[in-house]
Design a protein around this ligand. Sequence first.
Ligand code: TYC
Length: 139
Amino acid sequence: MVAIGSRRYHVTNLANTEFHWRLMYKYQLSLMSQDTHHDGDGSIAVQESKPELKRPSMYSVVMLNDDYTPMEFVVEVLQKFFGKSPEQATEIMLAVHMKGSAVCGVYTKDIAETKAEFVNQYSIDCQHPLKCELAPAED
Ligand code: TYC
C-alpha cells in the first residue's frame, strides 16, 4: 500500500505497468516535496521544497599576548596571514599588548582553524611563543 496525500494505492496489483512507474515517480516526488496537493482531475501537483540553507557558524581568531614575541613580528604576522595594512596590524598588535588578547578576524570554522594553525606553526618555526586560538563569534 502506498499513500499519496489522502489516497491509498495497492502497488502490488499494478506491478510493471506504466501506471505503476508513473505512480512511483509521483510518490518519490511527493516525498521530496513540502507541498503536495490533489488537483480536481485526480493528478497530483508537486512543488519542490526549497533547499534548507543555514548560515555557517562563525569563529573569531583571537591573538594572545606574551612577554617575548617582538612587536615587529606580530605586525608582520597580522599582515601576512590576515591581510591587514601596516596601520591596522599595528593597531591590533597594540590592542593585544595592552589588553591581553584581540580578535584578528572572523571566519567560518575551517578558515579560522587554518589561519590559527598557520600563525602558531610560523611562530614556532621562527622560535617565538606567539599564539592564536579560536572563539565562537557572537551574532
Ligand atoms: N607583548 C609583546 C612585547 O612587549 C608584544 C606582543 C604583542 C606579543 C602582541 C604578542 O600577540 C602579541 N614584546
